[in-house]
Ligand binder design. Structure first.
Ligand code: IVH
Length: 664
């Protein structure tokens, strides 16, 4: 996308979102679901940021109708310092000598904690309730991002046990690697821009103006400090962490008390090797004097305390050369360019390939075949090319150009205007077939043990299988001749293929691999429609009436069932014995038959999904927006515009307690 196209799209999105806002707030007749609104708003935000197209009257500057150009600024009463860093073991010993000299003895100990790589956050609680969440900013002033912080599951909204009237803690928000990778590949598959690493994803997410998008991102948080007024002479870092845990915070799970600096070296040695096995990125070990009374003596400089230091691991980057750019075809035909690299050792493994995400990324970084590049393991299991190291002589290859045809089957590639990815639309394209079958057999889908990449590859290349029903027609005799397949494993595979017929409808639906239908959407669709026939008959409108289904998903589901070959596949799978209807609903009563509920705000005990389950169990349904047709609004803490609207329309507003009374 060039700047002109971007500003055109930005204009389009602003008009659409403003219309949606008016419809929602003034005309009380929503144009789109909350989900669709959020995703368009997110697209707009990204374009504005990438192409620097800000405007004070853009819908991105508003939440619930109120302009919020930026987050309110908060001043930190106790500054948020940073840490002095070192990459050298000798400097770590120097640090220890300084501590000893300043204290004049060696009766202190250290607590070594992992340094999580994310974003520093300050939390304030009043009377045990979360009252403020703020970024570090420049250390003295930061942004008040309380609404976003509230969406983080690890952050307790109310503290357990008895706690001081006012309490302040500090910690780090971050993303786990697996969740980050999953989020990024979903973004890639959906043609959205991807984040470079978990830290960027965390910082980018916490700066969003829309907490409902933040809530969908896998942000986690651990806390490493608590500010206490009293001066307990015996207090240690270790005790503070125990205390934080009792209040309900997550603290660093890997911490070691070290009597001396030699023990600290040992801890560093250990994590230098083991850090690759952690579910999150750590960029070092924070070494802190454990005893609080010694910290007071050591004091701090303007920037950092003298009682702590961060030992940082070398960044996981390496330099290599790109000898080719190949194209990968995904399950839904998405074309992903991949850099073929001269093998290089990176974070313990040899890297030969790195994703280049999409054509735009390549153009933005101006990556060409022959270039020397910096490769990074950015938390993703898949390494990425960070940037090009330009050579003095300036000799370079030609800029990358996307071919017009699919590298695997030769079909013409297409690109939808709202997406960044090119696609191959031939659904018989072999890599698509392979990836579809792998998806079908995967753990969250039909969970067919033994049907991994290697076997699928052979089945497809030998033309034994092209569609899902073909799998159920396989015999041991078909399998035995395959490579690395004995009589016994062939028998086992056939057994697990047949066992998969017991999978419930929602899993089967997910396994079909309909675009945008992930595990959750499949479950919601299976619950709402109960059978494939009802689902296949549903109009886009019927589909969009479900809370979690926006027009984009509705369209995709419709188009799946409009293709005769898909209907034929479903017919064959049904004949084979796969489950295409849900078990009878578990109805507790029909108390709420025909009643429409809207959920808003945070309920004291029930999760949204639990409340929904209760309502449905009693015959009611949950819709996303308040209208004259709404019977009840079940409102919790921080209920927003939906509550206002319900009041305006005179709809019954009930609390969780009222709700419990009703279903008792
Ligand atoms: S203690 C006075 N402990 O590292 C500052 N910080 O420059 C005390 N960080 O972004 C910080 N893990 O949020 C401490 N276990 C840990 C940490 C940690 C990550 C972050 C911190 C800040 C940076 C310090």
């Amino acid at each position: 996308m060039n700047k002109d196209q971007a500003s055109e799209r930005v204009r389009e999105l602003r008009t659409l979102l403003n219309k949606a806002n008016d419809a929602y707030y003034q005309e009380a007749a929503p144009l789109m679901s909350d989900r669709e609104y959020d995703s368009l708003l997110e697209e707009l935000r990204q374009l504005e940021e990438e192409y620097q197209l800000f405007s004070p009257d853009s819908p991105t500057e508003r939440i619930g109708g109120e302009p919020t150009r930026e987050f309110p600024t908060v001043t930190h009463p106790v500054p948020m310092l940073s840490l002095s860093n070192t990459y050298s073991r000798e400097e770590l010993d120097d640090f220890d000598r300084r501590v000893q000299n300043l204290l004049g003895h060696d009766n202190y100990s250290y607590l070594a904690e992992l340094k999580y790589d994310g974003m520093a956050i300050r939390l304030r609680y009043k009377d045990g309730r979360l009252d403020l969440g703020a970024t570090r900013g420049d250390g003295t002033q930061g942004d008040d991002i309380t609404a976003n912080i509230r969406t983080i599951q690890d952050v307790p909204l109310t503290l357990s046990g008895s706690c001081p009237e006012e309490l302040e803690v500090r910690g780090e928000a971050y993303m786990e690697l697996a969740a980050f990778a999953k989020m990024n590949s979903a973004r890639e598959e959906n043609g959205e821009t991807v984040f470079a690493n978990p830290r960027n994803a965390t910082a980018g997410t916490l700066k969003l103006q829309n907490p409902s998008i933040v809530a969908k991102r896998p942000i986690r948080m651990f806390v490493y400090d608590i500010l206490l007024e009293d001066d307990d002479r015996k207090r240690t870092q270790q005790k503070k962490l125990d205390m934080l845990e009792k209040f309900g915070f997550r603290v660093c799970e890997h911490r070691s008390r070290c009597p001396g600096i030699t023990d600290v070296h040992r801890v560093i040695e250990k994590w230098g090797k083991l850090r690759k096995e952690l579910p999150y990125e750590t960029d070092g070990v924070v070494v802190k004097v454990n005893e609080e009374r010694y910290r007071d003596i050591l004091g701090q400089t303007a920037k950092a305390p003298r009682w702590a230091i961060a030992y940082k691991f070398e960044a996981e980057q390496a330099v290599s050369r790109i000898h080719g750019i190949t194209l990968q075809v995904g399950r839904l035909g998405t074309i992903t360019p991949v850099a073929e690299l001269e093998p290089v050792l990176l974070a313990g493994t040899t890297v030969k390939r790195a994703t280049l995400h999409n054509e735009e990324e390549i153009r933005r970084k101006d990556i060409r075949v022959g270039d020397r590049v910096i490769v990074e393991k950015a938390g993703d299991i898949i390494p990425q090319v960070v940037n090009v190291v330009l050579q003095e002589d300036g000799q370079r290859g030609e800029p990358f150009k996307m071919p017009e045809n699919c590298p695997a089957c030769g079909s013409h590639l297409v690109k939808l205007p709202e997406e960044v990815a090119w696609r191959c639309t031939n659904n018989q394209c072999p890599p698509q077939v392979r990836n579809r079958l792998e998806h079908f057999a995967s753990r969250d889908a039909m969970d067919i043990d033994g049907l991994g990449e290697a076997v699928v590859d052979q089945l497809v290349s030998q033309e034994l299988v092209t569609t899902f029903p073909d799998l159920y027609r396989l015999t041991t005799d078909d399998l035995v001749p395959l490579e690395r397949m004995g009589e016994k494993s062939a028998g086992n595979l056939i057994a697990s293929i047949h066992k998969s017929k017991e999978k419930p409808f929602e899993k089967v639906l997910y396994a079909l691999g309909i675009r945008f239908v992930g595990v959750t959407v499949a479950r919601d669709l299976a619950r709402a429609f109960r059978s494939i026939d009802a689902l296949a008959d549903a109009s886009e409108e019927d589909l969009s009436a479900i809370d979690s289904i926006g027009p984009r998903i509705a369209k995709s589901v419709r188009s799946f069932f409009e293709q005769p070959e898909n209907m034929e596949m479903v017919r064959q799978l049904r004949e084979t014995g796969l489950s295409f209807r849900s078990e009878e609903p578990d109805t507790a009563s029909d108390k709420f038959a025909g009643k429409a509920f809207v959920l808003t705000g945070t309920l004291p005990t029930l999760k949204r999904s639990e409340a929904q389950e209760h309502i449905e169990k009693h015959g009611g349904k949950v819709t996303s927006s308040v209208s004259k047709k709404t019977d009840f609004v079940l409102a919790g803490e921080e209920a927003g515009s939906k509550l206002d609207k319900a009041k305006k329309l005179g709809i019954s507003i009930i609390s969780e307690n009222d709700f419990f009374e009703m279903i008792k």
